[in-house]
Write a protein that binds this ligand. Structure first.
Ligand SMILES: [Fe+2]
Ligand SMILES: [Fe+2]
Length: 350
């Protein structure tokens, strides 16, 4: 049976059994080796080595630190380059694979939409009913340009979506909402990307705007995914979306590079119109063509995303969407009034 040797060097405890090095070891590791190694355990336990005492002695410096200690066996062994019998990395503690439990964060099944999302406000019943139609008067020339641009687009879109004439039936509503949401999801993503790139390019911080912009973009996309549960888009609709996205992404990116203020003010006024549109939708749910939405069950994606109650209806969904739009309205008007180098006052999910 080989002899156990404990070497104390400085505050480090080295343990070997003569024939084979056990390496640099903590107190716990030494005991683990004693227990696991059949060859040494009998001798070690028989000699009643008091590791606790050894460690304590080192800490209290009872053993002079300057004591000349012999080179540990394992170093002597590998110094000449004899590496054939080096241990496999997998057998070493610090190379071991993580335990099963630590890999449970990996998603193996496809989750339904609305589960994995960025933080976003969850509205109380009272909050969704308190939303009001408001208007921030344009002050500067840039504000006025943004305002009149939105007014012009609104008029064109009212004609395009059939809202300027005829009866507003469910088909018109679903077409209008789903098309608008494909556009509404663009500004936040474009602005976030451009700020991200600027931060990388100039080696400067972003001042905390990116997360708010990304949350807005995702929120608009969730509006779209919710409405698509009620409507299957036609080929003409899909082509219109592709065309409008090509134009709007190009135009908005160009505008954002020139004037972030114009773009956030533009989105602020766009959101003012969105609140008007969803307020009108709620009127039609109360007294118009959408009265069945008072009882029609909300899509599952909406229940998950807004954490609505199990028996929520489409009316509850529209109330939540309108509250989101009112939130975008105030956020974008706030960002438009700030310098791009001022810190974003909105925390994630607020
Ligand atoms: Fe929206
Ligand atoms: Fe919005």
């Amino acid at each position: 049976m080989s002899a156990l040797k404990i070497v104390i060097k400085g505050s480090t405890l080295l343990c070997s059994n003569g024939a084979k090095s056990l390496g640099i070891a903590s107190k716990q590791a030494v005991w683990n080796k004693f227990i696991l190694s059949g060859q040494t355990s009998a001798r070690c336990l028989a000699t009643n080595v008091d590791v606790d005492k050894k460690v304590k002695d080192v800490k209290e410096s009872k053993i002079p630190k300057e004591t000349k200690m012999p080179e540990p066996d394992h170093l002597e062994h590998f110094k000449p380059g004899r590496v054939d019998d080096m241990p496999e990395p997998d057998s070493l503690q610090h190379f071991k694979k993580p335990k099963e439990s630590s890999s449970s964060a990996i998603i193996t099944k496809t989750p339904p939409p609305g589960v994995i999302t960025l933080p976003h406000p969850i509205w109380e019943e009272q909050q969704v009913h308190e939303v009001k139609i408001t208007h921030t008067p344009p002050e500067t020339i840039i504000d006025k340009m943004a305002y009149y641009n939105v007014q012009m687009l609104r008029k064109v879109f009212d004609i395009f979506s059939g809202f300027s004439f005829g009866y507003r039936n469910e088909r018109k509503w679903l077409n209008r909402i789903s098309f608008l949401e494909t556009v509404a999801g663009v500004p936040g993503m474009v602005a976030a990307m451009l700020r991200h790139m600027k931060s990388l390019r100039r080696l400067q911080r972003d001042f905390g705007w990116i997360h708010t912009l990304l949350e807005e973009a995702e929120n608009e996309r969730m509006h779209l995914l919710t409405v698509l549960e009620l409507k299957q888009p036609s080929m003409l609709f899909k082509l219109s979306v592709i065309a409008s996205q090509g134009v709007f992404v190009t135009w908005f990116s160009f505008c954002y590079m020139l004037s972030p203020r114009f773009c956030h003010r533009f989105v602020g006024y766009l959101e003012e119109e969105a609140v008007k549109t969803y307020s009108k939708c709620l009127e039609d749910i109360e007294n118009g063509s959408l009265q069945h939405w008072q009882t029609q069950r909300a899509p599952d994606v909406a229940l998950r995303y807004w954490k609505l109650k199990e028996d929520a209806t489409m009316k509850d969904v529209i109330l939540a969407i309108r509250a989101d739009e009112a939130h975008h309205r105030v956020v974008n008007h706030t960002l438009a009034s700030m310098k791009p180098t001022q810190f974003n006052p909105y925390k994630p999910g607020q």
